[in-house]
Ligand binder design. Structure first.
Ligand code: MN
Length: 228
């Protein structure tokens, strides 16, 4: 490999539960409005429209347990989500083979500058300032599918300072994990290291410095994040 003129950036690494190994992240895809009740709270029709995706940057994933309140926003929201990590990929992946590409799952937060996202929506502009900012995706350890299987039901909750704010179930996902993988692979070449955030149930809301967010997905260790 030729010498590089600057230090190459380190790939984001997710710890893998029960091992001293880590999972190197290549890309992060996130689906929008994937629970009917959340689509309604955001002012949209919950009928099954084609899915849509946006991306975060791999280095937005953060395993530190703290979330620094980002600049340029006064309305930062929590979105609790199940994350899916791929061990392989490809294009035009059939539904029946989609889960073969999954390495494992984790509990994650899609932190959102809701005010900036709202402005972007209104003006028909891209969402990056609202979604893909520094440390905008706190995430817990990856659990290999060999250990947790492929969860398609299970309660998903988020508590803020002990109070229940978001409450849903993976069985309410409009687009299921295999459908998301298959759909994405029609538009992008998926590959090992790709992570997909699967959408958030209803109850999103603002956070403040000092808040403690605790995300639960049945079968996973809680993700605890302090807003600083
Ligand atoms: Mn989200």
């Amino acid at each position: 490999m030729p010498e590089t003129v600057i230090e190459p950036a380190q790939s984001a690494l997710l710890p893998v539960k029960g091992t001293d190994k880590s999972f190197p992240v290549r890309r992060v895809y996130c689906i929008g409005r994937n629970y009917a009740a959340h689509a309604v709270e955001m002012g949209h029709d919950p009928d099954k429209e084609p899915p849509f995706f946006f991306q975060k940057n791999p280095d937005n994933l953060d395993t530190s347990g703290t979330f620094p309140y980002p600049p340029k926003s006064a309305d930062v929201h929590h979105e609790i989500e199940l994350a899916v990590a791929l061990k392989s990929g490809g294009t035009n992946i059939p539904l029946s083979e989609a889960l073969d590409h999954v390495y494992g799952y984790a509990v994650a937060l899609d932190m959102t500058r809701r005010d900036l996202q709202g402005e972007a929506k209104k003006m028909g502009r891209p969402w990056e300032v609202g979604k893909a900012f520094e440390r905008s995706a706190p995430i817990g350890p990856l659990v290999p599918a060999t250990e947790c299987g492929h969860p398609d039901s299970g309660r998903v909750t988020l508590h803020v300072n002990g109070a229940l704010k978001q409450d849903g179930d993976l069985n309410q996902l409009i687009w299921k994990v295999p459908e998301m993988i298959s759909y994405l692979s029609d538009y992008f070449e998926l590959a090992a290291g790709d992570v997909i955030l699967t959408g958030t149930p209803a109850g999103v809301g603002p956070v403040s410095a000092g808040d403690v967010l605790e995300g639960h997905v049945d079968g996973f260790a809680p993700l605890s994040v302090k807003v600083v």
